[in-house]
Write a protein that binds this ligand. Structure first.
Ligand SMILES: NC(=O)c1ccc[n+]([C@@H]2O[C@H](COP(=O)([O-])OP(=O)(O)OC[C@H]3O[C@@H](n4cnc5c(N)ncnc54)[C@H](OP(=O)(O)O)[C@@H]3O)[C@@H](O)[C@H]2O)c1
Length: 410
């Protein structure tokens, strides 16, 4: 396809989109850097002009498209090899773009963490994407790259160093510093609203294999940290990790898409490591109580209204530039093989997880899709995960240009 642009950022005016625009402006088309022909897109001409001015890129091309205007979305896709979308909540605004990308063979990546929406997109458009050759990659930010690529890395190192894949991996968030944006809060609140409207969805959301391809044959029960739990392996108290509900689903999908190399009984779980002793136990108890109160508050209309209007960041709001730069995360994995060997690994990232780091990861997924054509040449169209489509090449990119590090500890 001879598209005009390698990459178009749809949603360049969003909180995370603006950070991504700055990241591409700083990291491409400079001496010693890759060449990337990119443009920005959104529904508002005046807001796109403001974004161009902010990054001091007067020549940057702009495309106007509303997320619900299929003709405009078609015209945008006709100009792009890859669309990076930050227009969310995706369950409200994302479907037309996924449909058009799947139909036109345009590669696509996004930041959704909305597993119920991914499930709907798979059912409706996977066959179309396979036929057109479009590579669709959801969850290309903090959810779920450190998890999906961290498991991929741990398994790669286990196979190389221990001679076998792990059939059990636990991931623990050892440290993280960052904040939430209005768009992320809007996405979480929208899932809660959907569940209240359709209680059957609750059953889907607890199914660890919801987005695995048909015929995966995974039946193993998975462990889910729901209450304060002492973890002997990591020697500390753990609390639920709010992103586990999407990350674990992506990891199981990756195993299924790769043909179950980790076994059909592969176990994987995620939690937050919060400390030792009484302090750790109290922190874990506080987190469980806080999450419970948040979800009860979000489920009930009057308290949800108070949360949306007075307590939580609104769409367009989020961490300050200083917080985006100074944030970080440190994620640990312990993998165990069927013969009882162990591997310990870590993934660390600089930049606050949801924005400073997410924008770099998303930018590199977009660049990998657009520029690493040799890698994609033998990969058929369809809905992929970052690890199954981009594998080692993405790790190289993340370590070189997105401030991530993957390491074997022992
Ligand atoms: N996976 C992760 O780690 C991660 C991290 C961060 C964010 N996210 C997700 O990324 C998404 C964006 O978050 P955010 O905080 O940056 O959101 P935001 O600031 O609220 O921005 C929303 C964007 O959607 C655009 N938009 C809304 N309706 C539209 C329509 N009808 N047509 C075209 N554009 C439309 C807005 O355009 P206007 O500016 O014109 O209003 C804006 O650019 C959310 O879904 C969030 O959950 C995920």
């Amino acid at each position: 396809m001879n598209s005009q642009y390698d990459v178009v950022i749809f949603g360049a005016t969003s909180f995370v989109g603006q950070i991504l625009v700055q990241y591409l402006a700083d990291n491409f088309n400079k001496p010693g850097k890759e060449t990337l022909n990119w443009a920005i897109a959104g529904r508002s001409h005046s807001k796109l002009m403001e974004v161009k001015a902010q990054v001091n890129q007067p020549e940057l091309a702009t495309i106007i498209a509303d997320a619900h205007d299929e003709a405009a979305i078609n015209a945008m896709c006709a100009q792009a090899k890859v669309i990076i979308s930050t227009v969310g909540p995706y369950a409200l605004y994302g479907e037309t773009l996924v449909k058009v990308c799947a139909e036109t063979g345009t590669d696509y990546c996004d930041l959704t963490g909305e597993v119920q929406w991914i499930d709907r997109m798979l059912k409706k458009y996977e066959a179309t994407a396979k036929a057109s050759g479009a590579h669709i990659v959801h969850c290309s930010g903090f959810d779920s790259i450190p998890s999906d690529m961290g498991v991929y890395f741990t398994q790669r190192e286990a196979k190389n160093n221990l001679g076998e894949y792990c059939n059990n991996i636990s991931m623990r968030v050892k440290a993280a510093k960052g904040g939430a944006s209005g768009g992320t809060i809007a996405s979480i609140l929208n899932i809660t609203k959907e569940v209240m409207k359709d209680p059957a969805l609750r059953k889907d959301l607890v199914n660890p294999y919801l987005i695995c391809p048909p015929g995966h044959n995974f039946k193993t029960r998975q462990f889910d940290t729901k209450k304060p739990t002492f973890d002997k392996n990591f020697n500390g108290w753990t609390a639920p990790f709010i992103m586990a509900g999407i990350n674990t689903r992506i990891v199981f999908r990756s195993n299924a898409l790769a043909g179950s190399p980790y076994g059909t009984d592969f176990k994987y779980d995620e939690a937050m490591l919060v400390g030792k002793g009484l302090k750790g136990r109290l922190t874990a108890t506080g987190i469980v109580a806080g999450l419970g109160a948040f979800f009860v508050g979000a489920a009930l209309k009057p308290t949800r209204w108070v949360l949306e209007n007075y307590m939580l960041p609104k769409p367009g709001e989020g961490p300050t530039p200083k917080e985006q730069v100074e944030g970080y995360y440190d994620i640990r994995f312990i993998g165990k093989t069927p013969s009882g060997k162990e591997i310990h690994t870590k993934v660390i990232g600089q930049g606050d997880p949801g924005y400073g780091s997410t924008s770099q990861m998303l930018g590199q997924v977009g660049a990998c899709l657009a520029l690493d054509k040799d890698l994609l040449a033998d990969k058929e169209g369809g809905f992929w995960t970052t690890s199954t489509l981009l594998g080692d090449r993405l790790i190289e990119r993340l370590e070189k240009d997105a401030q991530l590090k993957f390491e074997v500890l022992s």
